[in-house]
Design a protein. Structure first.
Length: 303
């Protein structure tokens, strides 16, 4: 059928069976037979043969339009299948947390894209839980998360980078730019991530180890580091966040660090996760390998 449709399109394009046969590198009777096969299949005459020139009948016009669409789709399919095996072209589908997407990923993707200009990228954001579910259901080819999977069956993972945690306050706060213990910090209202986040668990564990058994209820819970940043700037409370999320605002003086003494606030690890299976598009697999190597080689961004 495809060859017959291609013959029809070529005849219409060149205006004669003989020219079409020459372009398709077949004999003229072969092209004629292919057109006749189409006419028998559809039960309609496709060409008006009463004049000297071939012209399409109304049925022929519809079949011709259909043939153009089918051949276009065939070419698109062939190109997409080729991309599956070509690491230099194709779509890389990523799932990532909002904070890695905002603060780290743009520069890394831009760097890779400059070296591989035919590779395209798609990123969808969500919590670590949602992102790993998307990875499992093959909605994305790789996941960048702050809470790695507990069950490692079927996936591989590597730590991309570790961001230092810092305490921040509004520029006018009593602790802004000062030294304080974690116990002193906990005496003030805190802006925190929601209860299911890895960062929230880190902060809760930190307070527990410091002996703060009953910290004041958080003044604000959110699912966004950017929102935490803005709430602290507005004077709603203090926060412990990864350094990249506040670096610009500290530099510009919109926030100030609270220098915690007596304990290490620690770091937040961002992890790359991908499926072990081999059926991953070549462009995505090449990006995964590059990202794993580049992330593992990069040092933590410290203030």
């Amino acid at each position: 059928m495809f060859e017959s449709l291609r013959a029809l399109v070529t005849v219409v394009s060149l205006g004669s069976v003989s020219e079409a046969a020459r372009a398709l590198h077949v004999t003229q009777p072969t092209v004629t037979r292919q057109i006749q096969q189409l006419e028998r299949h559809f039960g309609q005459a496709l060409f008006d043969r009463s004049g000297k020139r071939l012209s399409l009948t109304p049925a022929g016009e519809r079949v011709h339009a259909y043939a153009l669409e089918v051949l276009r789709k065939q070419e698109e399919l062939a190109e997409s299948l080729l991309e599956m095996s070509n690491p230099e072209a194709g779509l890389v589908r990523m799932g990532a947390g909002l904070s890695p997407t905002l603060y780290r990923l743009p520069a890394m993707v831009a760097r890779y894209a400059s070296m591989h200009p035919r590779v395209r990228f798609q990123v969808v954001t969500g919590s670590s839980k949602v992102t790993l579910e998307r990875l499992a259901s093959r909605v994305v080819d790789l996941a960048i998360v702050t809470t790695p999977p507990e069950d490692e069956a079927g996936v591989e993972q590597v730590a991309l980078w570790r961001d230092e945690l810092v305490a921040v306050a509004p520029s006018y706060h009593a602790l802004a730019g000062k030294r304080a213990t974690i116990v002193e910090l906990a005496q003030y209202p805190l802006v925190v991530m929601h209860g299911e986040s890895g960062l929230r668990r880190q902060i809760d564990d930190l307070l527990h180890r410091a002996g703060v058994e009953r910290p004041a209820p958080p003044v604000m819970e959110t699912d966004s580091l950017e929102a935490m940043n803005r709430f602290v700037q507005a004077g709603l409370g203090l926060a412990v966040v990864p350094w990249p999320a506040v670096a610009d605002d500290v530099t510009q003086g919109r926030l100030k660090l609270v220098h915690i003494i007596g304990c290490d606030l620690g770091q937040r690890t961002v992890t790359l996760v991908w499926r072990k299976e081999s059926h991953i598009p070549a462009a995505a697999r090449a990006f995964i390998e590059w990202l794993a190597s580049a992330g593992a080689a990069s040092s933590s961004e410290l203030r």
